[in-house]
Write a protein that binds this ligand. Structure first.
Ligand SMILES: *[C@@H]1O[C@H](CO)[C@@H](O)[C@H](O)[C@H]1NC(C)=O
Ligand SMILES: *[C@@H]1O[C@H](CO)[C@@H](O)[C@H](O)[C@H]1NC(C)=O
Ligand SMILES: *[C@@H]1O[C@H](CO)[C@@H](O)[C@H](O)[C@H]1NC(C)=O
Ligand SMILES: *[C@@H]1O[C@H](CO)[C@@H](O)[C@H](O)[C@H]1NC(C)=O
Ligand SMILES: [Zn+2]
Length: 312
């Protein structure tokens, strides 16, 4: 009798639904392993340590190493200025294995960030080869984007910028934490992948869709959403050709701009649905302003060598 009453009454029924959803959500959090939760906390701590910063001037007002460094990123990657050489290909390990789920996607005020847990078997997705000084384990993935009026990649390739740039951040296995790794020139390896916005993409990006489908849930600063089901780090690369890439020594593109990154930026692009890409423009930063154009301006190459791996 009481139950029927509730069903006929719109408001309590909504409350009941909320309660059920609330249970489902907290249940999901209980499933997170301690290791994954610690990695998420470490990532949040690093964000706090970086201090307040924004993209109002595309990073030109950032201080410290961001201002004084001489191995900063991003840069324009120019084929004619690159040393084209026979570099080994990037070797991907466990990139085809399912990650432990649920995954937690967070709006940290600067990007949509996904801390990557180990795979179901307990191993980490990792990379070696290329010009990488060691074996590097995948830690997180995030994006840089523009707006309805502008492209948002950080690197440029032959003076061309792209709609989105995805960064898969890896830590050298020999270091214990990201913060320790970022104090060493060989601490981090980031894979950069360019996206081209397309009205009708030829292939469906099942992995990326899992992430982009959750974006409407994380429009608010510090909100998060969980991703369930099967996701491999390899799926995030779509079907790009990984044999051709630029590589150079650079930095993080956000404060403190630590010069600890071996960059690998693929020449091939992911052609991705414009409807999915537009979802990024609804995210808000810590000031409740649209989180758009979250890319840093191009930096001086100075005396650095940029290498290019060609498949021919
Ligand atoms: C996700 O957001 C909820 C609600 O604000 C919060 O209680 C929870 O701690 C967050 N989870 C993570 C892993 O950040
Ligand atoms: C994406 O589109 C570009 C230009 O249309 C094309 O050259 C490239 O091969 C495509 N990439 C993939 C992975 O399909
Ligand atoms: C990066 O710097 C190290 C140390 O100076 C050097 O050995 C290495 O060859 C450089 N790598 C690239 C890709 O330029
Ligand atoms: C590039 O210049 C910096 C600063 O002047 C110097 O420390 C570094 O050794 C130089 N690197 C190369 C590869 O010449
Ligand atoms: Zn980045």
């Amino acid at each position: 009798m009481l139950f029927l009453n509730h069903c006929n009454d719109a408001i309590p029924f909504r409350l009941l639904l909320l309660a059920i959803l609330g249970c489902a959500c907290s249940h999901a959090y209980i499933e997170l392993t301690e290791e994954y939760l610690n990695d998420i906390k470490a990532d949040e701590k690093a964000e706090v340590k970086a201090g307040e910063y924004n993209y109002d001037h595309q990073g030109d007002d950032w201080q410290g190493t961001c201002k004084d460094g001489n191995r900063q990123s991003p840069i324009d990657l120019i084929y004619d200025d690159a040393v084209v050489s026979s570099i080994p290909r990037i070797r991907f390990k466990n990139y085809d294995r399912s990650l432990q789920t649920p995954l937690v996607l967070v709006n940290n005020g600067h990007t949509a960030n996904l801390v990557l847990p180990a795979t179901i078997g307990g191993q980490r997705a990792s990379i070696s080869g290329g010009l990488l000084p060691g074996m590097f384990e995948a830690q997180s993935v995030h994006l840089h984007w523009g707006s309805a009026l502008s492209k948002g990649s950080e690197h440029a390739i032959n003076f061309e910028r792209y709609d989105i740039e995805m960064h898969i951040v890896h830590k050298n296995r020999k270091y214990g934490s990201i913060s320790e790794a970022s104090e060493n020139w060989d601490g981090l390896a980031v894979l950069g992948v360019m996206f081209r916005s397309t009205r009708r993409p030829l292939s469906t990006q099942y992995g990326l869709n899992k992430i982009f489908n959750q974006l409407p849930r994380i429009t608010q600063y510090q909100s998060n959403a969980t991703i369930q089901g099967v996701l491999t780090v390899g799926q995030l690369l779509g079907n790009i050709v990984t044999g051709e890439f630029y590589s150079y020594n650079g930095s993080l593109t956000t404060p403190d701009c630590a010069e600890s990154v071996t960059w690998t930026v693929f020449k091939d692009t992911i052609n991705y649905s414009d409807r999915q890409i537009q979802k990024l423009w609804s995210l808000k930063d810590s000031r409740q302003q649209p989180l758009i154009n979250n890319y840093r301006s191009l930096q001086d190459v100075y005396n650095r060598t940029v290498y290019y791996r060609s498949v021919n």
